[in-house]
Design a protein around this ligand. Sequence first.
Ligand SMILES: [Zn+2]
Ligand SMILES: [Zn+2]
Length: 765
Amino acid sequence: MARTRSPERETIRWQIAVSGTVQGVGFRPFVYRLAEKYNLAGWVCNTAAGVLIEAEGREEDLRGFLESVRSEAPALASILAVCAKMVSPAGGAGFIIRGSLDDAEIQPIVPPDVAMCADCLADISAPGNRRYRYPFTNCTNCGPRFTIIRRIPYDRPNTTMHAFRMCPECRAEYENPMDRRFHAQPNACPACGPHLSLDGKSCPDDPEVISKAAALLRDGKTLAVKGLGGYHLACDARNTEALSALRMRKGRSGKPLAMMCADLDEIRRVCEVDPVSEALLLSPERPIVLMPARPNSGISPLVAPGTASLGVMLPYTPLHQLLLAESPPSLVMTSGNLSEEPIAYRDEDALDRLGHVADHILAHNRPIHMACDDSVARVHAGAPMLIRRARGYVPRPIELDVSMPRVLACGGDLKSTFCLTKGNLALLSQHLGDLDNAPTLEHYRQSVDHCCRFFDVQPEVIAHDLHPDYHSTRYAVSVDGCRKVGVQHHHAHIASCMAENRLSGPVIGVAFDGTGCGTDGSIWGGEFLIADYDDFQRAAHLAYVPMPGGEAAIRRPGRMALAYLLHALGPSGENIGVEVVPDLSPAEAYAVRAQMERGLNAPLTSSIGRLFDAVSALLGICTDVTYEGQAAIEMEARALKPTERTYDYHVSKGASGVLEVDVRPMIAGIVEEIRQGTPVETISSTFHSTVADIVARVCRELRDTTGLNRVALSGGVFQNVLLLGMVLKRLNDSGFEVFRHSLVPCNDGGISLGQAVIAARRYAT
Ligand SMILES: [Zn+2]
Ligand SMILES: [Zn+2]
């Protein structure tokens, strides 16, 4: 700061603007306490841009104060910038916390929901405490945020707590800067705050309502439980009868269900917990963490059929904590919705939609303003990897290296998210589900509108996938008055990985997934791109095979198996298919061959996802797909050990100069081994190892021609940690610098970020 030196005792005044995640995290009381410590007068307040401070005192104290603001900020705060300037002294004594200022430009920074803290746990556990067993206890360090905020700045009247009038005791805490609940916007107690209801009957004075709900769960009943970002469906995870009823009523036959366990000891009984997973489980974000399941833990096989892992989380609200203390120690806790619909979060809607799925409904009268599912994470090689980014992480912005125009990127149709950019921040929305049903699509539209208003972003540019029939594309095209940018699916994947890792300049991008519209009209998904944000070149891909029946081939992996058999072995492939693939009838096989021969409804694909499907059907692992990625997940579960052994394949230059990977020799090798009776586990491991070998070999060839040594991995196939591990090892052994996703999903949930950066670059100047 440029200034003339003032005499030792002279009083000066600084105005300090702090931006970042600094609201709803106890920042103002922290500033207040620092001001007391350094004997400063002045004030602090929230603004739409962050926090503004004016502090007056001796220069050395102000310097110490500023240093402490930077270095001692509360754990949940995340400071982007601190700007200080000198202003005229105003005199006065004492330091105060003022009301919010509304005039500054709104920054897209709102805190995510935070899991209950240890102090609040102590409060609800102490019989003498006035919040003993109170399920809506929270403080400055924990509690609901994103899901209850109607508009910013984050002050109580702008949250769904506005209807609850604080009692004198809560008010005193709220106004006392030395109290843990100072300006805790959702502050509440049994006398003045929200309360529970069971089956529509509100029970403000019934201390036993949670015990009653827990007893119902012990009885094998299914409960709809209203949580932070929506309703869950809960039942005893060891009760197979309750689970089969739940699966039937929910219309979800095979997809794994998430669990909530009472404590870490119980999680250790049902899963193998590594240290990084443990840290994630206990983090303020409290995601669902996928971990290897332990055998003989008593957890019903209906929780996650066909997989070797369980997705488990710890209680993250006082309500969950109190319920799990008395219920069975492991509950299935799955999103309260019918198959593929959005999570229910409005009370009337929940009653409507969940009334016939759940036996009972445990709800409360604190409205949820923004629905938000649980996040899902998996750990690989000591690093977390978000598979679904939602509660706890959203709406924390992703910082980018450059300031960008205002972009709305519409994402894809599966695992959909959208992304808004403002300045150098990208705001990736929470997971919104699959858009192929009307309620989810409506939820998607509402969320886009809400977020644009919430963060005061009027998009100048709209980015979308190249697929003309995606609902997200149609939505993008329907918006008037913006420039539209179509972005190729796999380019978006690679750009997303680059943006998360703050890379510029070209990389070798490996994008492996199930389906993405290519620039040649085919279905891509086994792609090697030379890419930067501006453009990409398709440098190599898995050789095309027909996808007989189009979408039908995705639901019936046996069709893909047959396509690969006919491709690899000629006409004899048909009989082999009928012989090897369980429940592929001669009639279906004939129909598939006819479709392929006539090229009718048999689009070409280079998808690695479809190759996984084909091999899984050949091995009899998965012949009917009821949820996306099922075949690959079940394949991984059956290939427990990494191996160096590989099948043969060829890499050759196609007519257009693009490398093509021909896996016909591998298919022949797998058929040979099936006939010899080689164990499925061995074949599956060898298959994984072959795919990893392909990645390393093609990357080496591309390095030879381009000189690039950086590889970015993206696409849902890399959720497979067995494959990811083998790929990383081979790439590292070959001396590559490898980048992958961590807090942005590698699956289609991450592509809106990539679309946003690509579109922003196109209109940056
Ligand atoms: Zn707390
Ligand atoms: Zn109160």
